[in-house]
Structures are given as structure tokens and as C-alpha cells.
Design a protein around this ligand. Structure first.
Ligand SMILES: Nc1ncnc2c1ncn2[C@@H]1O[C@H](COP(=O)(O)OP(=O)(O)OP(=O)(O)O)[C@@H](O)[C@H]1O
Ligand SMILES: [Mg+2]
Length: 502
């Protein structure tokens, strides 16, 4: 061999040995022909130990290659470098990740003559990759599993992420459906811009922050929902890259608050009624006695007067007025629960007809269409029939005057089985009750009628009588199209009623 060639071989061997990865030279049929020093050091072996053996004998101590995905056949067939990743456990039970890189060395005929097989330790990178994937999966789980609605958008308002809770809140059936929407679609007009302004305003929640703002969102079907929003702008190197919004549905909270407010108002009303009731009872008692005296003397005087006596008319007027006063006293006593109810089992729908038959001036109902939506089954209650008739008559007469004697009056009865109540609704198509009057309509002497047309004792009597029968009464709804009064009485169970009847 000439010196030039020897030098050539020498520097090529040095290059091979100085490769920083353990490397073998193998034939296409996997026979090892050479290895570099790094390989011998790493695998604690020598050239003599491995030359002539196959690579699977050296790596796996196996006669056949156990690696089903061994890329060597592809390298040979396509004359292209390939790699394959392996997890290896060392003798000290350390788990390593190795990337075996196969690079073809072509012969003069252009075919693969040898293959360089380098073993690269990629454990650190692989472990980082696994940790990253785990973190991503963990964050994904938090995001998708969160019961709090979260929406992430870019600075242009395109929605980047919307978790399932937000999809449900905003009414999108899937994430794909949500991607077509933009942030502006999530709010009624102007709200998105307002939120953006608040986010930019450093005096509100700090730079790019917005805390607990009550606002309204728009569901995909157009329904408006009250929410509390907390939002922040995400910056990267001072650049805005995304906006995150977190939403809390306020419907349930507001419903509870409304109910609480209503209960408080009802309690206050009940307290007020109780104290007015006491006063009314006192006055009624005091007035009742002198009235009885006046009536007695007036009637006596009437019998003494001749039929054509001109004073007869005056005495009759006194008697009429006294009787009016007695009616007022009677109503006041009913309101303050001083009457003595005579309870019996009554079928609720029957009292509707009885009450209508008892109306003193049937002409009042002449131009009124009466609709009865009566529950098919019997609804039994244990009440004073006459008192409930008085209640219905009062409600009907109020409805008639609200409708100015023409309109539709609907009677509706049904059972509220959950609350065990028999319900009767009386709905008119009258003028409605102004909101500011609602807290006062059950007060004695509250009336909007002209002097002499009403005493304002109708509803307070109704209130007292219903309470006396262990029920309740309220305005279910009122608007300029009419009013619905809803009264409830405890439902009588059939077993209970059978016992009572026997
Ligand atoms: N169905 C109704 N539609 C509209 N307003 C009503 C209705 N029922 C009651 N009101 C209002 O409530 C007020 C009080 O009613 P309430 O029956 O106590 O007294 P009144 O009808 O004015 O007088 P009275 O019943 O003593 O003749 C009425 O004056 C009216 O303003
Ligand atoms: Mg009335």
C-alpha cells in the first residue's frame, strides 16, 4: 500500500472514531464490520468481540431481530437514512431512550454497500417531551372538566378555545359549532366592546384585567342570560396574544334572591295585615254596638210612622245607611278573622257556579264571556262554603269593574300535587293593577274607585277569609291586558275526606 493510501485510511478511521455517538458499520444483511471507539467504550466491548456478529446479536442477544419496525430494510431498499426510537433499560434499571440512526453508504454500483448505525441517547429530550405531553393532557383535563365556563379568543375576537361548560352556557352543541362564532356573537350588541374597554382601562381591574363584572351574554338561540364575568388579557413579550373570559351563570342565584325578596315582602305584608287587622277588629267592635242601637230605634220609628208620613223616606235612608255600615263592620270582622267559619267538604268547581248565582246584580255579567277551565277530577277542600263564595264574588266584582263590564273572565282550577294545594285562578281582561298599587291592594280601605263607589274593603275581606280557611291569595300576574288572581286552599286527601264524610 502506498503511503498516500495509508494516510487516507488513517484520517478516515480517525473521523470514524471521533464521532461523538457510538457507531457501527454493518452490511445490508446486518453483519458488523466495524465499530468506533465511543461504541466500544459505551458498550464495554472490543472490535474482536463484535466483528462478524449481527447487530441484533450484539444489542438484543437474539438470533432473529426482535424489532419488527427495524428500518434497515427500508434504508437498503430506498437508499435513504432512517431512524427508530427505542426504550432501553440499563443493568442499573435506568430507563433510557435511544434513537438509532441508519445512514446508507453507497457502493460504486449505487447500491447500499454498508450502513452506519449510530446510537444516540435522546433520554433528556424524550423525557421533556413526555413531561410536556403530560402537562398538556393535565391542563386539557382541567379545561374540559371545569364546571366553570371558559372562553379564549385572540386579539381580533376569533374564538380559540371554548370548554364544554362554556359550550353549554352559550348553547353550542360542539366545539366545531363554536369555532364559527366570534366574541361579538357571544353578547348583546355593544357589550363585547364595553368589556374590551374595561379590560383596557387600567383603573378598573389593573392592566388587562377585569374582575366580577355583571353583564349579559347571548345564547346561540338568542336567549339573554345574566352572568358574572372575570376576564384578562394574556401578554407575551408585551404583545397581546389572547383574551380569557370566565363566566358564572347568575340565573339560579338571581332566582333565589328574587324568591327571598318575595318571601320578605310577603312576610312584611302579613305583619302589616296582622296589625291593621287588630285595629280593624277593635273599631268594628266599638261601632257594632251603637249601630245595633241606631238600627233598632230607626226600625221602631218606621213601624210607628203612618204609610204616607213624609218622614218615612228619611227613616228608610237612615236604615239603609246603617245597614251599609253594618256590612262594613262585617267585612272588617272577616278581615280580622273574627268570624266563625263553618267548614265542610266542598268541591272547588261547584263554588264557582254557586258564587256566580249569588251575584246580586246579574246584569253586571251580561257582556262578560265566562270561560271555565275546570280540572277534570274532583278537587276537594275543607272550607266554609259561604266564605269562599264571598271571596269569589268579591274577586268577580273587582274583575267586572276592571273590565268596565265587558270582557272575558276565566276560572281555572287545578291541583298543585307537589305543594298539596287546590288552586283557583280568576283571570280578567281588564285594565290591570299598576305596579305601585300592588303592595296596597289587600289593605283595608285601599281603593281606586270614586268616592261612594267602593269602600276598599273587598280584597282585605278576601284576604282575611282565605287565611281563615288556611289558604293564601296573591296576584299571579297583571298587565294592561288583564289580571290573574291565584288562590290556594289545602288539598283534601280522599282518605281524609272519606273519614270526614262518614
Ligand atoms: N281585577 C282587578 N283589576 C284591576 N284592579 C283591581 C282588581 N282587583 C282589585 N283591583 C284594585 O284594587 C283596589 C282594591 O280592591 P278592593 O276590592 O279591596 O276594593 P274596591 O273594589 O275598590 O272596593 P269594594 O270592594 O269595597 O267595593 C281596587 O280599587 C282596584 O284598584
Ligand atoms: Mg272590590
Amino acid at each position: 500500500m502506498n503511503e498516500k493510501l495509508l494516510r487516507e485510511i488513517d484520517w478516515r478511521m480517525k473521523v470514524f472514531d471521533s464521532l461523538s455517538f457510538p457507531t457501527l458499520v454493518i452490511t445490508p444483511d446486518k453483519i458488523i464490520v466495524a465499530g468506533n471507539q465511543v461504541f466500544f467504550d459505551k458498550f464495554n466491548t472490543t472490535l474482536e468481540d463484535i466483528v462478524g456478529k449481527t447487530c441484533h446479536e450484539v444489542f438484543y442477544n437474539a438470533k432473529q431481530c426482535p424489532n419488527k419496525q427495524c428500518p434497515l430494510p427500508t434504508v437498503v431498499a430506498e437508499c435513504k437514512g432512517q431512524s427508530s426510537l427505542h426504550s432501553v433499560t440499563t443493568k442499573s434499571r435506568k430507563k433510557l431512550w435511544e434513537d438509532r440512526v441508519f445512514s446508507p453508504i453507497l457502493g460504486d454500483d449505487g447500491k447500499v454497500a454498508y450502513i452506519l448505525e449510530s446510537v444516540r441517547d435522546v433520554t433528556r429530550v424524550k423525557n421533556l417531551e413526555i413531561a410536556l405531553k403530560e402537562t398538556e393532557a393535565f391542563l386539557e383535563k382541567i379545561f374540559t372538566g371545569s364546571p366553570i365556563a371558559i372562553v379564549v379568543s385572540d386579539r381580533y375576537g376569533n374564538i380559540l378555545l371554548m370548554n364544554p361548560a362554556a359550550q353549554e352556557l352559550f348553547g353550542y352543541s360542539s366545539w366545531e359549532a363554536a369555532t364559527n362564532a366570534s366574541v361579538a356573537d357571544l353578547y348583546p350588541e355593544g357589550v363585547a366592546a364595553e368589556i374590551r374597554e374595561h379590560l383596557k382601562d387600567e383603573t378598573i381591574g389593573g392592566k388587562g384585567k377585569l374582575h366580577n363584572m355583571n353583564t349579559t351574554i347571548l345564547k346561540s338561540d338568542g336567549e339573554e342570560i345574566p352572568v358574572e364575568i372575570t376576564a384578562s388579557i394574556i401578554y407575551e413579550d408585551g404583545e397581546e396574544i389572547a383574551v380569557v373570559g370566565i363566566y358564572t351563570d347568575l340565573r339560579e342565584k338571581q332566582a333565589v334572591e328574587k324568591k327571598l325578596k318575595e318571601t320578605r315582602a310577603r312576610l312584611a305584608q302579613a305583619e302589616k295585615m296582622a296589625s291593621i287587622g287588630k285595629l280593624a277588629a277593635g273599631i268594628a267592635h266599638e261601632i257594632n254596638n251603637p249601630l245595633t242601637g241606631i238600627l233598632f230605634y230607626a226600625e221602631m220609628k218606621q213601624t210607628e210612622l203612618a204609610a204616607d208620613d213624609p218622614e218615612r223616606g228619611e227613616v228608610a235612608a237612615v236604615i239603609e245607611d246603617v245597614n251599609r255600615c253594618r256590612d262594613i263592620v262585617k267585612n272588617l270582622l272577616a278581615y280580622s278573622r273574627q268570624s266563625n267559619p263553618t267548614k265542610e267538604i266542598v268541591q272547588l268547581s261547584e263554588v264557582v257556579d254557586q258564587s256566580l248565582a249569588l251575584i246580586r246584580d246579574p246584569k253586571a255579567l251580561m257582556n262578560i264571556e265566562i270561560v271555565k277551565e275546570i280540572y277534570a277530577d274532583k278537587i276537594l277542600v275543607h272550607v266554609d262554603r259561604n266564605q269562599i263564595c264571598r271571596v269569589i264574588i268579591n274577586l268577580v266584582m273587582n274583575a267586572v269593574s276592571a273590565m268596565e263590564n265587558a270582557g272575558t273572565l276565566t276560572f281555572r282550577t287545578y291541583r298543585d300535587t307537589v305543594r298539596q294545594q287546590a288552586v283557583m285562578e280568576i283571570e280578567d281582561s281588564g285594565c290591570g293593577i299598576p305596579k305601585e298599587h300592588l303592595p296596597r291592594i289587600f289593605d283595608p280601605f285601599f281603593t281606586t274607585k270614586k268616592l261612594g263607589e267602593g269602600t276598599g274593603l273587598g280584597l282585605s275581606t278576601v284576604y282575611g277569609l282565605i287565611r281563615e280557611n288556611k289558604g293564601s291569595i296573591d296576584v299571579k300576574q297583571t298587565s294592561e291586558n288583564g289580571t290573574t288572581f291565584r288562590m290556594e286552599l289545602p288539598l283534601l286527601h280522599l282518605i281524609e275526606s272519606a273519614e270526614q264524610e262518614s
